[in-house]
Design a protein around this ligand. Structure first.
Ligand code: F6P
Length: 373
């Protein structure tokens, strides 16, 4: 590939940072930890790439000083901006005469941007989609260090990603609140949470809130089972049921509910709407009034919980230490309570799903939580 950068040597003096994919709480905490460690401990010059990989395509690069990252630890979102629709290897440039999207590989243009700013390494803060976008740079010889983020908690190689605990806490709070109105009206309340194809948010928030039913993509549901369960609770004079439902939940032998499809996006499918299908089925089959709440983007927004701030700070610090120790093309991870790292390619095109033998599923089943199976 042309345009292989000349500055990817072991001498690191200038680094770039970008945040890619959907935002999540804790991104600013990582940016702060990376920047301060790089400047204070190693005397590096730090640059921020705006709006994820789009900033590399469009050469939008800014200085990041300690002043820029001061006071951002508790702030949601990302001061750099982000983008979950730009993959430089498959960059959307418009539609052809038939309305089909046209894609171009602009990796070389991005490598040119990195080179023009004299960057020696790029820190990619992202989920599996953004880490995949970094692969062509790694193949071209440019050193990339990944920091795994996502509320979905589905990055392979790490036990946890920052953002997840805040999203799970937000979902728990919503499920807690729904109890009182469900009880008052003797209703079934189906609360849909995010997570894409992984059920981690629904599982954790469902257990934390004592939800009666938890539906996750990894355990396909049978709507008859759910109906029997909520009916039995009505008969046992509980008079209501709370269902924590992942957006990726699907019936046995059936499909996930797709909200929309964007062929120009690296992850084209956007899930959403399953809670309405489930609530309608329950109401039709049992006659119990059923309502839905779709939590949506509040799970990604707002200030990170303390544990996410701590994790983000550890990840940011460890990423710089790795880089300065001479590491190349690694992803920082948290495994068995300790910081570590794996090859950056390890996480590409995979998802960490809830396993069949997950201990939290076993604990939830033991307290008679229904998984719809
Ligand atoms: O990956 C994070 C996430 O919030 C998923 O849980 C959700 O399915 C998706 O992003 C939504 O993407 P968008 O921001 O494009 O609507």
């Amino acid at each position: 590939m042309a345009g292989t950068p000349t500055r990817s040597s072991s001498k690191i003096t200038r680094i770039g940072i970008l945040t890619g994919g959907g935002d999540c709480p804790g991104l600013n905490a990582v940016i702060r930890a990376l920047t301060k460690t790089a400047i204070y401990k190693h005397g590096l010059l730090v640059f921020g790439i705006e709006d994820g990989f789009l900033g590399l395509v469009e050469n939008r690069v800014c200085d990041l000083t300690s002043l820029h990252v001061s006071g951002i630890l508790t702030r949601g979102g990302t001061i750099l901006g982000t983008n979950n629709r730009c993959d430089p290897a498959r960059y959307y440039t418009g539609d052809d005469e038939h309305g089909n999207p046209i894609f171009t590989d602009v990796t070389d243009r991005c490598l040119g941007t990195l080179d023009s700013h004299g960057l020696d390494a790029l820190i990619v803060i992202g989920g599996d989609g953004s880490i995949s976008c970094a692969a062509p740079f790694v193949e071209a010889g440019f050193n990339c260090i990944a920091v795994p983020k996502t509320i979905d908690n589905d990055v392979v190689g790490t036990d946890i990603t920052f953002g997840f605990l805040t999203a799970a806490a937000t979902a728990t709070d919503a499920l807690d609140r729904l109890h009182s109105t469900a009880m008052s009206h003797h209703r079934v309340m189906v609360c849909e949470v995010m997570g894409r194809n992984a059920g981690w948010i629904a599982l954790h928030a469902g257990v934390a809130s004592g939800s009666d039913v938890i539906l996750i993509p990894e355990i396909p549901y049978d709507v008859d089972r759910i109906c029997q369960f909520v009916q039995s609770r009505m008969h046992r004079s509980r008079g209501f049921s709370i269902i924590a439902c992942a957006e990726g939940a699907r019936p046995v032998g059936g499909e996930q509910v797709v909200a929309h499809f964007d062929p120009t996006s690296p992850q084209a499918v956007r899930l959403g709407g399953v809670s309405q299908c489930i609530a309608s089925e329950i109401q039709t089959r049992t006659g119990i009034e059923s309502r839905t709440t779709v939590l949506g983007y509040i799970q990604r927004s707002g200030t990170p919980v303390a544990d996410d701030r701590v994790l983000a700070t550890q990840f940011g610090y460890h990423a710089i230490e790795l880089l300065m120790s001479g590491a190349r093309d690694r992803m920082v991870v948290m495994r068995d309570g300790g910081l570590g790292d794996v090859d950056i390619r390890f996480a590409i095109d995979k998802q960490r799903l809830v396993p069949d033998d997950d201990p939290l599923v076993a604990a939830a089943r033991a307290v008679k939580t229904c998984f719809g199976d």
